[in-house]
Ligand binder design. Sequence first.
Ligand code: G3H
Length: 258
Amino acid sequence: MAGQGHSIRPLVAGNWKMNGLKGSLAEAVGVRDALAGPLASISADVMIAPPATLIAPLAEISAGSRLAVAAQDCHAKASGAHTGDVAAEMLKDAGAAAVILGHSERRADHGETNAEVKAKAAAAHRAGLIAIVCIGETQGERAAGATLKVVSRQLKNSLPEGATAANTVVAYEPVWAIGTGLTPTPADVEQVHAAIRRDLSEVTGAEGANIRILYGGSVKPDNATELMAIPNVNGALVGGASLKASDFLAILRAYEGR
Ligand SMILES: O=C[C@H](O)COP(=O)(O)O
């Protein structure tokens, strides 16, 4: 539906995080093979963000298929003395098409600020990667009635100059819904995504109407269809349910034949 983001091609991205067995190439080959046939009938872009060690091999075995590869973080600089970090340019060279930035686990575990996320998103753009910028409120912020304020502040301070529908995706992930089996009501998701859409238009102008806004947080096969039908929900960022090919595929089926 025009104006509600439904004319936008959706994106479903699976974030494997640092889950052990997903560090094996055999596992990646299995997922690639399980998705290969079914992806033909899915009207959405599909990505997997594996642990960093698997970016290059997964990109290599997925070349020419509809499965794209994303990274889970990058450094803001292109090179330098930054032990343990990986530049966006290096991820691009390894075959990544996108990078997840500002995930709440990185904001919590590594103290990442909006300014750092913004710098990393600018680096992603510089390298030719899609920046998937994550925002979302904590349980405490939600209980305080501050969800819209928090999400708006994160969005406006995490998006770099030059964000477009081609190089930027926003992922709304309520922190309290991640890995808990809890999800906001459809009405709550609709309200937050509508507010994000308004902010995107304010910050990026005409591009804002077409930037994809993903929902993330306990997306499962049994709630995917309902969540993905909500106005301004242009796909999903899936954690736990992306670890099992059959579950991820069941979520993708929300976009079958659309
Ligand atoms: O990046 C993915 C999110 O953190 C969602 O994780 P989840 O689907 O396990 O709740």
